[in-house]
Design a protein around this ligand. Structure first.
Ligand SMILES: Cc1cc2nc3c(=O)[nH]c(=O)nc-3n(C[C@H](O)[C@H](O)[C@H](O)COP(=O)(O)O)c2cc1C
Length: 324
């Protein structure tokens, strides 16, 4: 399938694996890229910029296909050394960067001077337009369904994607709730040029996370995610577990007085315990409503091949017959 996104990134299929903290290591990015999608290493999971350089090199040993790096701009008082991370990205010969979180304007000149394509992930049309204005090449439009940070507007993709299509000039992919060939065809119908998946790629053979995490996704239904940290305007969609319920109880009790310090135990530094050690109640962790549509743990190649053949089947057979 050829779209503006496959052409822009030099990939075979219009499928991107979004950056994911403690999931987006070299193994997963390489597996997705080897299967014809765009695999993405999560920059800030690497503790230092030079660690990121080594992770990029490790990934390049596993694939010669294009790979990307995610740079997330967090709302924090002591930001990571972004210029150093960007230097390693350029040194590593990376040609695609997925930015997310706050406005990536500070890194744009460096990335553009190095000929890197930038796809900014955002949760509203106004932020997508801002990304277009500051020179991003594409955007990932992340709907309310998504795992991670859906923003504060709560607009699902059925509305958000056609709204983006009506306003944007640069190409965009859908993100949030995407899992299969139906998702891809629906995204294309709503004006997207491909799709970005997070939760779906965690439940794959190559995702370098504990088996408990994959099993939790397969067991979960679409009713099993919760929104946390809304009172802090840092809303995150996570899987329901003991930590999630404790955090929500604190939100209820403390109301407008809730501060980040009150929930440190549930959110800070928990990812290694969950993703690596498989301690499923160690804290809250991002997971999308898409979990309700995930019932197996295929390889990335099996998953992507299945999505593409299902999408082509829908377009050629199902749509072909309804228009007869
Ligand atoms: C466990 C997990 C960790 C994530 N970490 C990040 C991150 O560090 N940076 C980022 O930009 N997005 C992050 N995301 C969001 C994904 O890149 C993607 O946008 C999102 O998962 C799409 O929604 P879906 O899960 O319904 O496919 C994360 C998502 C999950 C599930």
């Amino acid at each position: 399938m050829k779209t503006a996104i496959t052409e822009m990134f030099g990939i075979k299929h219009p499928i991107i694996q979004g950056g994911m903290h403690y999931v987006g290591f070299a193994e997963l990015a390489a597996a997705v890229s080897n299967a014809g999608g765009l695999g993405i290493i999560t920059g800030l999971t690497q503790k230092t910029a030079s660690d990121l350089g080594e992770e990029i090199a490790r990934c390049k040993d596993m694939t010669s296909a294009p790979i990307g790096v995610n740079l997330t701009f967090l709302p924090t008082l002591s930001p990571p050394d972004y210029p150093a991370y960007v230097k390693e990205i350029i040194k590593g010969g990376i040609k695609v960067v997925e930015t997310a979180g706050r406005n990536p304007a500070q890194v744009m000149p460096h990335l553009k001077d190095a000929g890197i394509k930038v796809i900014h992930k955002c949760t509203s049309v106004r932020h997508a337009l801002k990304a277009q204005e500051i020179g991003c090449d594409a955007v990932s439009v992340d709907g309310f369904e998504c795992g991670g940070h859906p923003g504060e507007d709560d607009i699902p993709n059925m509305i958000l994607l056609p709204r983006a299509a009506d306003e944007l000039e640069i190409p965009f992919v859908s993100s949030g709730g995407q899992v299969d060939g139906r998702s891809l065809v629906a995204s294309l119908a709503m004006g997207a040029e491909g799709m970005n998946m997070g939760t779906r790629f965690i439940a794959t053979k190559e995702a370098p996370v504990h088996q408990n995490v994959k099993n939790a996704i397969v067991s979960a239904s679409e009713l099993d995610t919760r929104l946390v940290m809304r009172p802090l305007r840092n809303t995150e969609r996570v899987l329901a577990n003991a930590s999630t319920e404790r955090l929500l109880e604190k939100e209820k009790t403390l109301g407008a007085d809730l501060k980040f310090e009150d929930i440190v135990g549930e959110v800070a530094g928990v990812y290694p315990k969950i993703m690596i050690d498989g301690e499923m109640d160690a804290g809250v962790w991002s997971c999308g409503m898409a979990a309700g549509l995930i019932n197996d743990i295929p390889t990335c190649k099996e998953l992507i091949d299945r999505i593409m053949s299902e999408a082509e089947g829908i377009i050629k057979q199902q749509f072909g017959s309804v228009t007869e």
